[in-house]
Design a protein around this ligand. Structure first.
Ligand code: 13P
Length: 250
């Protein structure tokens, strides 16, 4: 199983020229990467112009077409050769009131169009303080994946307090959460399907802490925000993961 390194550019950069430039630098500097899967998730409007690395979208609507002003459908994304779609990112839950029910509809729509959903889950700071992390994680998985029995899927654990703060999650704690995610998924999916699901970490990942989430916490990859906007930092993260793979495959 290849480890994933995913760049979530969020609402950046502000011009196509900058987007192409960043993309091409990452592509050039990572041309020797063989055992790590690199996925770039830019704003929708840049998707048709970026070629040569796997692409994902940051969200999608739950219908394929129709009178839904302003929405981007999973069918449109599929037709743009997009492979992945982030669903339920905490910023969408917070600023656009997306709840587990909406997220469930979006996951189903993505799967119906053969896109691989990257379902984001994670607890808020006050939930962590009240020791509600396990409960939140289970609820987000059970409700977000309601009535889904078979899925090619990625789960991203992104504790909200760790996003954009520099305050990344302790590796041991992250490992415990990864195990809770796996246990919860094993109640939803059969063994065959379970083996295909990747569980990744996101939240203040940088080139210093990246490899420990694979080595110590046993995640299958990383979802990177801020550090994916600087090509050198992002490529350093990719290379630190590729190095681990080299050790593992020897
Ligand atoms: P940061 O890496 O900037 O903390 O963002 C994480 C994130 O939200 C990725 O989806």
């Amino acid at each position: 199983m290849k480890n994933l390194v995913i760049a979530n550019w969020k609402c950046n950069p502000s011009s196509l020229k900058e987007a192409k430039n960043l993309f091409n630098l990452i592509k050039k500097q990572s041309k020797d990467i063989k055992k790590t899967e690199i996925i770039i998730v830019p704003p929708f409007i840049y998707l048709p112009f970026l070629k040569g690395l796997d692409l994902g979208a940051q969200d999608c609507f739950w219908e394929d077409k129709g009178a839904f002003t302003g929405e981007i459908s999973p069918l449109m994304l599929k037709n743009l050769s997009c492979k992945y779609v982030i669903i339920g990112h905490s910023e969408r839950r917070k600023y656009f009131n997306e709840n587990n029910e909406i997220i469930n509809k979006k996951i189903k729509a993505a799967l119906r169009n053969n896109l691989i959903p990257i379902l984001c889950i994670g607890e808020r700071e006050e939930e962590k303080k009240k020791k509600k992390t396990k409960k939140i994680i289970r609820e987000q998985l059970e409700n977000g994946l309601k009535d889904i029995k078979k899925a090619n899927l990625i789960i991203a654990y992104e504790p909200i307090w760790a996003i954009g703060t520099g305050n990344f999650c302790d590796f041991e704690i992250a490992k415990e959460i990864k195990n809770i995610i796996f246990e919860t998924l094993s109640k939803i999916f059969n063994k065959n399907n379970l083996e295909k699901i990747k569980i990744i970490y996101g939240g203040s990942v940088n080139f210093k802490n990246a490899s420990d989430y694979i080595k110590k916490s046993e995640f299958n990859g990383l979802l990177v925000g801020g550090a994916s906007l600087k090509s050198q930092d992002f490529v350093k993260i990719i290379k630190s993961i590729e190095k681990l793979n080299n050790i593992k495959f020897k």
